[in-house]
Design a protein around this ligand. Structure first.
Ligand code: PFF
Length: 465
């Protein structure tokens, strides 16, 4: 029973099993971090927000906010050893505050469900693009042709619904089987393969793309082009790409053995994730400039689905590479979807006393239904734009740019201010330099940084002078 969990955090056990090794944990967290966020979303938000300045703010957010929040999530998860809702409640009480901290866990469960509802739709696109690649649909296709293919594809709601259903089926299948089985092997193969393929594509974009132009766009900052809204988007992207702010990493941390170094594991994941996003940018932007398409930088969610098939279609063996690319991207999305469901599933298992299979079916079914709002955003409801955006875009904005940073803010405040020094130092392996640095970041830099970005982007904090 849950009530009989040990009062000694070091002796608490997770109800869902443990990772077989430190490597398994790092792989699972990397699998959750590396996904559509790196390869599909990163290039298009960089494009929409003007390039270099956005990338630098994003990198600063990853380092100064993302890394300490990730460490906080892992340490809270490992100390609580339960689903994020229960861990926050338990530790809130144990640290002399209140059980109401559980609401941060609830916020995360809701965020995960909402994110996966649209994530699965895009993941469905990657499945469809595997089939299109195999059939040679992009071979020697012009930019107009790939654009037309994309437009007619997303315009067909039945097809999108089918792909979304297929992807959710795959996700439910793995989550229903438990955290370890299958996932480890999938990630162990997927991340290195993705890295390798991106390097091959980088070779192509260096030789055939407008590499200098792409590089300049990505790294030389034009600060006047960056609005506070862009800064908010950069911060939201940092949260999204690292899978933090919603308890996913906390849920994974609950299965982490006592002796694993949290800073070491976090550092590995952050470096791998950032490297893959940078590589994706270095592949896409030179090709964007080589395509000669005016305005494609602001193409939004369609960017990668237009540029890559076109570029690969021009390349010898392109159909093969594009097939492999979309297969790997589907894998990456799959291992991320698991992280998105895990907080909700673990919570339903523990709270409602369901089996893992039942919980997964319930949560999966709910997400599948919600996904139709995103499916219809591209066709039947394309003109329905509350707040000036489609439902799909509103969901991205609400979850990535608002819910995740808000969750991260409270997680940092909890780890930095509510938990006592002994507890956090105990989990982070003593009170050395890394610990001190982490504590300054979670107590001051993270909360103040997130608040300033929130206030500035909403116009509540006027410019001084
Ligand atoms: N980090 C994933 C990506 O970049 O695609 C998205 C994600 C996965 C966010 C899992 C949150 C999460 F819990």
């Amino acid at each position: 029973m849950l009530g009989s969990q040990s009062a000694d955090p070091a002796r608490r056990k997770s109800l869902h099993g443990h990772w077989s090794s430190k490597m398994a944990f790092v792989l699972a967290v990397t699998g959750s971090a590396v996904g559509l966020g790196n390869i599909w979303r990163f290039p298009y938000v960089v494009g929409e927000n003007g390039g270099g300045a956005f990338v630098l703010v994003y990198l600063a957010c990853v380092l100064l906010i993302g890394m300490p929040v990730m460490m906080s999530e892992i340490l809270i998860g490992r100390r609580g050893r339960r689903n994020p809702v229960a861990s926050m409640a338990l530790l809130g009480e144990e640290e002399g505050s209140t059980r109401h901290w559980k609401w941060i866990g609830v916020l995360g469960v809701v965020a995960g469900i909402l994110i996966l509802s649209y994530y699965s739709v895009v993941a469905g696109w990657t499945l469809a693009y595997v089939v299109k690649s195999v059939s040679g649909a992009f071979t020697a296709a012009s930019t107009d042709m790939v654009t037309a293919q994309y437009d007619s594809f997303v315009g067909d709601w039945r097809l999108l619904a089918l792909c979304h259903t297929l992807f959710m089926g795959l996700a439910v299948f793995v989550v229903g089987r438990g955290v370890e089985r299958g996932l480890e092997q999938a990630v162990r193969f997927m991340v290195p393969a993705l890295l390798l393929l991106l390097l091959v594509l980088l070779g192509y974009s260096v030789t055939s793309g407008s590499f200098g132009e792409g590089l300049t766009f990505m790294f030389s900052p034009v600060w006047e082009d960056l609005t506070w809204d862009g800064v908010l988007a950069a911060m939201g992207q940092a949260f999204f790409t690292l899978s933090i702010g919603m308890g996913a990493i906390m849920a994974y941390g609950a299965y982490l053995p006592e002796e694993t170094s949290i800073p070491g594991a976090s550092g590995t994941v952050v470096v791998a994730d950032t490297m893959i996003a940078m590589l994706a940018g270095l592949v896409i932007f030179p090709l964007v400039f080589a395509s000669g398409l005016e305005g494609i930088l602001e193409a939004g969610p369609g960017l990668v689905f237009k540029i890559l098939p076109w570029a690969l279609g021009q390349m010898p063996g392109g159909a093969f590479f594009s097939t492999i690319f979309f297969i790997l991207l589907s894998f990456a999305a799959w291992t991320s979807a698991i992280g998105l469901m895990e907080p909700a599933v673990a919570w339903v298992v523990e709270h409602f006393n369901k089996t893992r299979a039942q919980a997964t079916a319930m949560i999966g079914g709910l997400i599948w239904l919600l996904g139709f709002a995103s499916v219809f955003s591209y066709n039947l409801l394309a003109d329905f734009k509350p707040f000036g955006r489609t439902i799909f875009d509103n969901l991205g904005r609400l979850t990535n740019d608002i819910m995740l940073p808000l969750g991260g803010l409270f997680i940092a405040v909890f780890a930095g201010w509510v938990m006592c020094r002994n507890s956090s130092a105990d989990e982070l392996g003593g009170a050395g330099l890394i610990y001190k640095l982490w504590r300054v970041l979670v107590r001051f830099v993270v909360p103040v940084g997130i608040l300033i970005v929130f206030l500035k982007s909403s116009g509540l904090l006027p410019d001084l002078g």
